[in-house]
Design a protein around this ligand. Sequence first.
Ligand SMILES: [Mg+2]
Length: 361
Amino acid sequence: MTPGKEFQVTYGTIAAMTNIAVKITTEDGTFGWGETSCSTSMFYFSGETQASVRAAIKNMAPSLLGKEADNLNLIHETVKYVQRNQAKCALDIALHDLIGKQQGVPVYKLLGGALANEMPMSYTLGISSPKHMAEEAVKKVGEGFNTIEVKVGGKNSTQKTMENDIASVRAVRDAIGNDVTLIVDANSGWSVRQTLWALKKIEDLDILLEQPTRFVEGLREVRKKTSVPIIADESCQGLQDTVRLIEMEAADILSIKLTKFAGFYESARIIGLSDAFGLDYRYDNMSQSRLAATASLHLALAYSRGIPSGGTAFTKYEDDLVKSGGLRMNHGTASLENPKEPGLGITINEKLLGPADVYKA
Ligand SMILES: [Mg+2]
């Protein structure tokens, strides 16, 4: 990350991106790129590391090699019970990029077509002092962001860190005024008791509260006792989690991330399910490059609705894996540089990638 742009969340400080990129090539030489997030903090989010994702891809490769790349049903059926969504995400994004190129259409068209041609994004503030967070928030609103996400819930939350959290949320709201959406994301860092204590102090600030506590039962307890909308992120890591959140009435809004949902294929199913139950959703990114962020944008454009997309971590890195095309930011809003370009519409700077594992049919 660009010095000074390191980023503190519940799981620790994010200072570098160590993700995995996947390139899938067919017999005719068409290829697609995918990416999944597995930076260090992801381990505490989902239990995955770069090594574990790499191993999962190695394990899946033999059963996928030689299959028709555009038969997504067959490919996903083949690895249906492999509960390794992060590894599957990189493969699924690469396949969509590839199929788009084969068919000469952008990925959002493969998903059924675009409802919008741009997506307002949110800007995330890492845990820091209230003064620093308020200053950064004002700066970002000045750049055009309409939604600010504030990280709270430092590791091993204590009364002292909780008081800093409350002061930060208040300072940010005071600084940005009432016209900007404010999301408070505790990344599971609070207990139910701590969340209810905090809510007493901040629920008048017109906030959305993301994953205050880790488990669905806790989210349900919190949701019963507040009118603040609850966003599920860590406890919504796939289709089964979504079913459970809905059954338990534990969330108002689902956090949609390709990384968690094994790519576009399952994300579309989860969006369909949340539509059926009238839930809102929010597109979000993990620590990832503009490759994966461009993929998320294709999803967001296809199913555009409601809450601004999250995650502009890709603006914080020194190097850009995407050489040309893809997502472009303009005054807090993301759009595609070449919206008619097939697939993801990007080229990759392969020099930035480490040594590859190669699997051939
Ligand atoms: Mg989150």
